[in-house]
Each structure stands twice: as C-alpha cells, then as structure tokens.
Design a protein around this ligand. Sequence first.
Ligand code: ZN
Length: 248
Amino acid sequence: MTVLTDRATDPAVLADLQDARLGQAFFSRALNEIRNDELGEPSRMPGWSRAHVAAHVGYNARALTRLVEWAETGVETPMYASPAERSEEIELGATLSPRALRHLSDHAAVSLDVAWRDLPPERWTARVRTARGRDVPVSETVWMRSREVWLHAIDLGPGRGRAGARVDDVPARVVVRLLADVLGAWADRGEQPVLLETDDTGEVFGTPGGLVLQGRRADLLAWATGRSSRGVRRADDGSAAPPAPAWL
Ligand code: ZN
C-alpha cells in the first residue's frame, strides 16, 4: 500500500527520517552541481572518482531498501551478497553514463524513501543485519543513510565555479551524532582515548586520559571521519593532529 505520509509513529524515527531526507537533498544538490564532464574527476575519497561516490550512494540506498523489505516481509534479504560483490557493483556503477548514474542516484533514493514511508509502525522494531554483521532494528537504516548522504555530499567536492557541500553546512544535531558515532566506535574497539574540545561551541566530546584535540566542531568532525586534519591541533603543544583511527 502506498500512502502519502509516513506510517511510522515513533517521534524519534520521524525526526531521523527528516534528517535523512534533508541529507538526501543536500547530496542531490551537490551531485547536480557537478557537470557530466566532471564526474570522472577524483572525489575526496582516496581512489574514488565522483562517479564512484555517486554509484556507491545509489547502491547504498538499494541495499538499505532490501533491509526495509526484510523488516516488512520477514524474508531475509541482506544488503549485499558479499563484500566483493559490493565493490564490483561500485566499480561497474562508476562506468555508467552520467545520465544513467544520475538516474540511479535519484531513483534509488526515492525507492528507499517510499519503503520507509510505507513501513507499518509495528515493523520499525524488526531486527535486520547490516553489511558489517550488526544486528539492529530496521529503524537504524535511517541514521545509516543519513551518515552516507551528509558525508558523501562533501566527498563529491565542488563542481567548477561552485562552493560544493561543506562540513559547515551539516546541521549541528547531525554533526554531534556523527562525532558520538565515531568516538563510540573507537571506544568499542579499544582505541586510545580521544577528547575533542570545540573552539567555536565550547563543547567536549569523547573520553579523557589520552589524546586531546582542539578545533572548530566542523573541522573536528572532518578529522574524526578521516576527511581532513585542517584546523585541528593537539591541546598539549598546539602541533598538528595525528591521523584519525579508521572509523568504519
Ligand atoms: Zn559510504
């Protein structure tokens, strides 16, 4: 059944859906600002062109749609058949014509949104398994998508004569949640404690007892997600920040 409004009733899910949709618009706008002849140029992701980023974000929407279908039907449908298949799909997707690539990006995003919209309220707590083997309620797919679209919009980089999507454009609540995600992942893996002190908002994130870094909140997020270390310094001696541990 297709309805025009979300069937979900949980306020937290509805708020997450709003952020994911804003993030999708942010990504789509960034992709639209890149001309067809710029798609083959390097993105900010090492080894990936902008076409790779666009293909990956499109296929990610399809993979998450499979998880929503799993939650709806109870029939197990994994995100990807295997990590190798996921990589091959991205490589192949990056060779699509610009028109096909843009179609993939738009169409996959709409399909995912329709799947979320139509998922009955009682199915949002159904358990599914992510590509990384985490057992999560399907509601988690909304935040998983948010992370992808907000960050990969920035990874696309600016088109000629355009500003491009910047970390500064990401809403504060999304930045804060991303930081908590990254720091939590490091803590779970037993990485050295990291404390982040923001210059611009006076906030503190992370765990004391190890590395302490300072910088603008947006710059600290770019550092923590492995995007850039610009504007981030060690609190003890003001020297440049070391590379961040891997996040995902
Ligand atoms: Zn990604």
